[in-house]
Design a protein around this ligand. Structure first.
Ligand code: ASP
Ligand code: MG
Length: 407
C-alpha cells in the first residue's frame, strides 16, 4: 500500500463533469490499494472572479488583505466539498479538510503567506479510518487562527508540502497538459514531452515563461527532496518526473527552450559613469515595486555610459514615471528611451555546465534565420536573448531545431 498525494488544478475541476472525472480517478487510485490525499484548486476562473468582486465592493481602496484571504479561501473550500460529495456518490468514502483543519500553519503575511510547519495528525487519522482526504489547496492558518493564502498558484505548494509532511510515496500534479515540454507545443509543433527534468531546470523554464507550476512549490520540492510527476488529468499518459539531478541528466545539453512575451526594454542613454547612478536607477524601480529581468551596462566612454534593462510590458508605464523623477540626477545628458514589443527566448539545461558552445550554437541558429539579437544574458544553466516580439516564434523554432529537440 502506497501513500499518494494528488493535486488537481482549476481546469481539471472546472465543471461538475470534470469534478466527477477527478472523483473517479481519485477513487480508482484508492481502490488500487493506496491511501490518497487529493489537493484541489478552485474551479478555473473562480479566484479571478473573487478578486474582481473584492475590487468592485471596495473601489476607494485596496481591500484589507485579511479579508481577501477569508474570501479567496472559499474557492478551494467549494471544490473540496464538491469533490468529496462526488466521491461519496460514486460509492467511495471521502472527507474534506480546509488548510487550517489539515494543520497547515503559516506566517501572517496575508495573500502570500509562507508555510512554517504542518501538523498532519488529522490527515493521518482520517486516512487510517479509510477515508480519501480532500484537501483545500492554497491556504493555511496563522498561529492565532487567521485564514491565510499562499500566493497565486499556491495549491501546488499545498500538495508538495503535504507530500513532504506525510512522507508520501508519490506526489502527482494533475493539470491540463501531458507534462513539461521542450517548448510550448502551440508554438513549436515538434516539441516533445520531457520524461525527466531536474528541479533547477524546471525553475529556470518557469522563470523564462514555461509556467506549468508555481515556482515556490518547485523550490520547496527541491529543498525537501520531494519528487513529483506532472500529468494530465484527462488521460493516463505518463507525465514528466521532476527530481534531483542525476549524472545521466547532464548528457543532454539543452533540456528545453522557453519563450516569454510581453516584455519591454528601458534604456537610459548618456548617464554619468560614477558611483551611485545604478543605485539611483534601480532604487527608483524597486521603490515602485517593479521586478526587472536582464540588465546591461555599456562600457563607458568619456565618463558617460548607457544602461538598459528589461521588464514586463505591463510595468512599463509605472517604470517610466519612476525614472522620470530621478532622471535629472543621472547626468546632464541623460535620456530615457523605452521599447515594448520585445520577447525573450531562453535555452535551459544543466548540461551547459559541462558543455561549451551553447551560446555560439544558439546565436548561429538565430543569425541563419536573420533574427537580430537585442540583448543577451546567461546563467550557469541558461542562455537567454531578447528579440523583436514578431520574431519570437520563429526564433524558438530555429533554436529548438538547432539543439536537436525536434521529435
Ligand atoms: N486558486 C488559486 C489561484 O487561482 C490557487 C491555485 O489555483 O493554485 O491562484
Ligand atoms: Mg495552477
Amino acid at each position: 500500500m502506497a501513500l499518494i498525494v494528488q493535486k488537481y488544478g482549476g481546469t481539471s475541476v472546472g465543471n461538475p463533469e470534470r469534478i466527477r472525472n477527478c472523483a473517479r480517478r481519485i477513487l480508482e487510485t484508492q481502490r488500487a490499494g493506496n491511501q490518497v490525499v487529493a489537493v484541489v484548486s478552485a474551479m478555473s476562473g473562480v479566484t479571478d472572479t473573487l478578486i474582481k468582486l473584492a475590487k468592485e465592493v471596495s473601489p476607494e481602496r485596496e481591500p484589507v488583505e485579511r479579508e481577501m484571504d477569508v474570501l479567496l479561501a472559499t474557492g478551494e473550500q467549494t471544490t473540496i466539498a464538491l469533490t468529496a460529495m462526488a466521491i461519496n456518490a460514486l460509492g467511495g468514502k471521502a472527507v474534506s479538510l480546509t488548510g487550517a483543519q489539515a494543520g497547515i500553519s503559516t506566517d501572517g503575511v496575508h495573500t502570500k503567506a509562507r508555510i512554517v510547519n504542518i501538523t498532519p495528525d488529522a490527515v493521518k487519522k482520517m486516512l487510517d479510518e479509510g477515508n480519501i482526504v480532500m484537501l483545500a489547496g492554497f491556504q493555511g492558518k496563522t498561529a492565532s487562527g487567521e485564514i491565510t493564502t499562499l500566493g497565486r498558484g499556491g495549491s501546488d505548494l499545498t500538495a508538495i508540502a503535504m507530500a513532504a509532511a506525510i512522507k508520501a510515496d508519490l506526489c502527482q500534479i494533475y493539470t491540463d497538459v501531458d507534462g513539461v515540454y521542450t517548448c510550448d507545443p502551440r508554438v513549436v509543433k515538434s516539441a516533445q514531452k520531457i520524461p525527466e527534468i531536474s528541479y533547477e531546470e524546471m525553475l529556470e523554464m518557469a522563470s523564462s515563461g514555461s509556467k506549468v507550476m508555481q515556482s515556490r512549490s518547485v523550490e520547496f520540492a527541491n529543498k525537501f527532496g520531494v519528487r513529483f510527476e506532472v500529468r494530465n488529468s484527462m488521460n493516463h499518459n505518463p507525465g514528466t518526473i521532476v527530481k534531483e539531478e542525476s549524472p545521466g541528466m547532464e548528457s543532454v545539453v539543452v533540456r528545453g527552450v522557453s519563450l516569454e512575451r510581453n516584455q519591454a526594454k528601458v534604456t537610459i542613454d548618456d548617464v554619468a559613469d560614477r558611483p551611485g547612478i545604478s543605485a539611483a536607477i534601480f532604487g527608483a524601480i524597486a521603490t515602485a515595486n517593479i521586478t526587472i529581468d536582464m540588465i546591461v551596462q555599456n562600457v563607458s566612454f568619456d565618463g558617460i555610459t548607457d544602461i538598459s534593462f528589461t521588464l514586463s510590458a505591463a510595468d512599463l508605464a509605472k517604470a517610466e514615471t519612476a525614472l522620470k523623477a530621478v532622471l535629472p540626477g543621472l547626468g546632464d545628458k541623460a535620456q530615457l528611451r523605452t521599447q515594448s514589443s520585445i520577447a525573450k527566448v531562453s535555452v535551459v539545461g544543466i548540461g551547459m555546465r559541462s558543455h561549451s558552445g551553447v551560446a555560439a550554437k544558439m546565436f548561429k541558429a538565430l543569425a541563419d534565420a536573420k533574427i537580430n539579437i537585442q540583448m543577451i544574458s546567461t546563467s550557469e544553466i541558461k542562455t537567454a536573448v531578447i528579440v523583436d516580439e514578431a520574431e519570437v516564434e520563429n526564433a524558438a523554432r530555429v533554436v529548438h531545431t538547432a539543439f536537436g529537440l525536434d521529435a
